[in-house]
Design a protein around this ligand. Structure first.
Ligand code: SF4
Length: 72
């Protein structure tokens, strides 16, 4: 069984320009400030593929995939 992953954002590094939710709109929402709203749960295998695309699209390297079991 694979390790479950979830998305995490470094709010200090995030510039709020929306490449992540533009790349994965079904997975990442945005609030009225333009900041990303991430699913606060482990991702399904299908979602991980979209999440990887979103991580790669983030020019600030603010978005990362983390081990969901390590998240508190
Ligand atoms: S692409 Fe990166 S910097 Fe831009 S809103 Fe998303 S997490 Fe923030």
């Amino acid at each position: 069984m694979s390790v479950r992953q979830m998305l995490s954002v470094d709010r200090a590094a995030c510039a709020g320009h929306g490449m992540c939710y533009g790349t994965a709109p079904d997975l990442i929402d945005c609030d009225d400030q333009g900041d990303p709203v991430l699913p606060e749960r482990p991702l399904t295998d299908d979602e991980v593929a979209a999440a990887r695309d979103a991580v790669a699209a983030c020019p600030e390297r603010a978005l990362t995939l983390i081990d969901a079991t390590a998240a508190t």
